[in-house]
Design a protein around this ligand. Structure first.
Ligand SMILES: [Ca+2]
Length: 515
């Protein structure tokens, strides 16, 4: 009996192995068929044109439902393309967000490049791989930055060779060679065009003021000036598309419109809340991507790298810990398509040099459809920078006009306590949890609410597990000194607020964060 049983078990195992091999073969067949199909589909490798705004939150475009900002060119592109409802940057700060996009990796794997005004280690970037594979690659504007790439061994911006205009790039490209061009707009980065809203006739009454900001005329004007800059970006997008038509390259070019991170307002840029991390994303290539779709799957900016590489049929390096979403682009479905893309994980280290000794404000977050969970590693520090400048918010150390920030700081001078001040500048607990169905603007932290304990635990466990497996030093007991990493903008270390702000807010003439 014993032997028979063993024999039976051996046979069973053998059958199981054969069956698994069979499944594997079937699976690889379907995979290679898929690849073969894709190769045929994109036989002529497309051009790729990335049009990126700087510091723009997700919903501030006509095609995302904003009624106050007029963006006809981008709206038209959305009609001829795919609009993503849940696209997030990997980090709410210029240099790290752009580093994640280029490298296809989480910021905590990129050493100094997790910080703003940093250097950029010599990791593989998709633009470099495109260049090696026969693409002509160019950037206009910021590319990767701000920071110092030369010090870490790059002879040019990790994004690629720099051009003054799209036209000069095209003139230097060969007719039969595909290209990739990344335009980084300076819009709607602060400072805003003064009274831009007046010139653009933006209706102040129609503006939506998110509930974490006081609703008054000064703040409405500030938001309207920001909208004016988005409208300039929209005009720029229009001019690039017109030029593509002129040179007869529109049909074979994938156009991407997105931002690098959220708006420059309290709880926006440099925060792990949605207004800092959620970005607009529209991708258009009507020839191969079914137009007019809205997709709810979660996209992380770092996923651009493997997606573009797959489109161009270039091998994706193992170290890119991100996932191509080409499957969503070539799908004909809309809404939630994949059963995988249910969340994003993001992080922040040091944004500007705004705390004594150059300390950052490290945090990690997981965002699902229903919840946002944030882990603040150093809750004893000031989240928006040391008082009284709170330099991570709005404008660089109050050197140029910052109406919203000043409005909130003035409220605090008049009152002992102010809820808007607390939301923007006060210290935060170690954990934050927001129930997005009931609290879409993330005002009410539920991390100590007993009813949410199991939800919090699940999110916290999922976050820790991901951070551990993706090699985050903060969760693996490894020392990495992001606070000590060099910051390549000396002026910020000894800030001098403008005279106007010194008078308005009773500030000192200068500050020294190096002490
Ligand atoms: Ca930015």
């Amino acid at each position: 009996m014993k032997i028979n049983f063993k024999k039976g078990r051996l046979n069973y195992l053998l059958y199981k192995i054969i069956f698994l091999i069979f499944l594997f073969v079937i699976d690889s067949c379907s995979y290679s068929n898929q690849s073969a199909k894709k190769n045929t589909e994109f036989k002529n490798r497309p051009n790729i044109l990335i049009l990126m705004s700087d510091n723009q939150s997700a919903r501030h475009l006509g095609c995302y439902g904003d009624k106050s900002v007029k963006t006809p060119n981008i709206d038209k592109l959305a009609e001829n393309g795919v609009l993503f409802n849940n696209a997030f940057c990997s980090a709410p700060s210029c240099s790290p967000a752009r580093a994640a996009m280029l490298s296809g990796q989480d910021i905590w794997r990129l050493k100094q490049a997790a910080n703003l005004w940093s250097s950029f280690p010599k990791v593989k970037v998709f633009t470099g791989l495109f260049e090696e594979d026969g693409y002509k690659v160019g950037i206009e504007g910021k590319g990767w930055g701000p920071g110092n790439y030369k010090i870490s061994g790059w002879d040019k911006n990790p994004g690629g060779d720099k051009f003054n205009s799209f036209k000069s790039f095209i003139n230097k490209s060969k007719k039969d060679k595909p290209w990739l061009y990344w335009y980084s707009s300076t819009e709607p980065h602060r400072p805003f065009r003064k009274n831009g809203w007046k010139n653009s006739k933006i209706n102040l009454d129609s503006i939506f003021v998110p509930p974490y900001l006081p609703d008054n005329i000064e703040i409405r004007k500030d938001i309207a000036d920001y909208y004016d800059e988005i409208q300039i970006f929209d005009t720029e997008v229009g001019s690039y598309i017109s030029y593509l038509k002129e040179i007869n390259e529109l049909e074979n070019t994938i156009i991407i419109v997105c931002s690098d991170n959220g708006w420059q307002m309290p709880r926006g840029l440099a925060n792990l809340y949605d207004f800092g991390t959620k970005i607009p994303l529209i991708i258009s290539w009507p020839k191969n991507f079914k137009s007019g779709r809205v997709i709810d799957d979660f996209i992380n900016l770092k996923d651009f790298a493997p997606t573009f590489l797959e489109i161009a049929n270039i091998e994706i390096p193992n170290e890119m810990n991100s996932n191509s979403f080409l499957d969503l682009l070539v799908s004909t479905k809309e809404g939630k398509i994949s059963n995988q893309r249910n969340s994003v994980i993001m992080g922040r280290e040091r944004h500007a040099f705004v705390r004594q000794g150059g300390l950052g404000y490290p945090g990690r977050a997981i965002r699902t459809e229903e919840f946002l969970y944030i882990r603040n590693y150093k809750p004893q520090r000031w989240p928006a920078g040391d008082p009284p400048l709170y330099g991570d918010v709005d404008s660089h150390m109050l050197q140029y006009d910052a109406p919203t920030k000043v409005n909130i700081l003035k409220r605090k001078l008049l009152n002992d306590s102010d809820e808007f001040f607390d939301l923007a500048f006060s210290k935060r607990p170690k954990e934050e949890l927001f129930d997005l169905k009931n609290d879409p603007y993330q005002l009410n932290n539920l991390s100590n609410d007993k009813r949410y304990l199991s939800i919090k635990k699940n999110l916290s466990d999922a976050l820790t597990k991901y951070l551990k497996t993706s090699g985050d030093p903060r969760e693996n007991g490894i020392e990495y000194d992001w606070d000590g990493a060099y910051y390549f903008e000396e002026n910020d270390k000894k800030p001098k607020p403008s005279e106007k702000h010194i008078n308005l807010l009773n500030l000192e003439l200068d500050y020294n964060y190096l002490k």
